[in-house]
Design a protein around this ligand. Structure first.
Ligand code: ZN
Length: 170
């Protein structure tokens, strides 16, 4: 990449840090940015900065939001008796798209993975248990059907069942 001017190399380098972007794609993206008008480039840069500045995790459920609590947690039409446990904000989005769930969510921000050295204390488990204050009657484990997803669901079920709360595996 030495043949490119420094600012272009820098741009390619930044793109290549993104997930799933190899060297070739990074170059293509960088050249695409160069082909844009100045207002278009500013709009792209501002969108990245705004997303980072204005999004946070909901203090109740851990979902990505620009208001706290998030729009789901603060919606009086949602059923507070059921909490659906998911790995990431992307899972919330996927389930919301089905329009079939009307309860609340809890985002763990990861799964238990002994292979990667990720234990329950690195996930938002304490926050989930803190929400089980008597209102919640059912916790649905909607973690992925992988080894990590199953291990996480089993671990949580073991913690939650003794509280007299129904646990369901999706
Ligand atoms: Zn929330």
């Amino acid at each position: 990449m030495r043949q490119y001017p420094k600012p272009l190399n820098r741009l390619i380098n930044e793109f290549s840090k993104l997930p799933g972007i190899g060297g070739k794609t990074a170059q293509r993206l960088a050249f695409h940015v160069l082909s844009l008008s100045t207002p278009e480039v500013e709009s792209l840069a501002n969108a990245i900065r705004d997303a980072k500045q204005n999004l946070r995790y909901c203090s109740v459920c851990g979902n990505l939001t620009d208001q706290d609590p998030c729009s789901i947690c603060s919606d009086p039409q949602r059923d507070p008796k059921v909490i659906c446990v998911v790995e990431s904000p992307r899972d919330v989005k996927a389930i919301e798209r089905t329009h079939e769930f009307n309860g609340l969510y809890h985002v763990l921000h990861g799964l238990i993975s002994p292979m990667d050295g990720i234990g329950a204390d690195q996930l938002c488990v304490k926050e989930l248990l803190a929400r089980l204050d008597g209102t919640v009657k059912e916790v649905i484990m909607a973690t992925s059907p992988t080894v990590e997803g199953e291990a996480t669901a089993m671990y949580l079920a073991k913690l939650i069942k003794p509280l007299g709360i129904k646990t369901t595996r999706l």
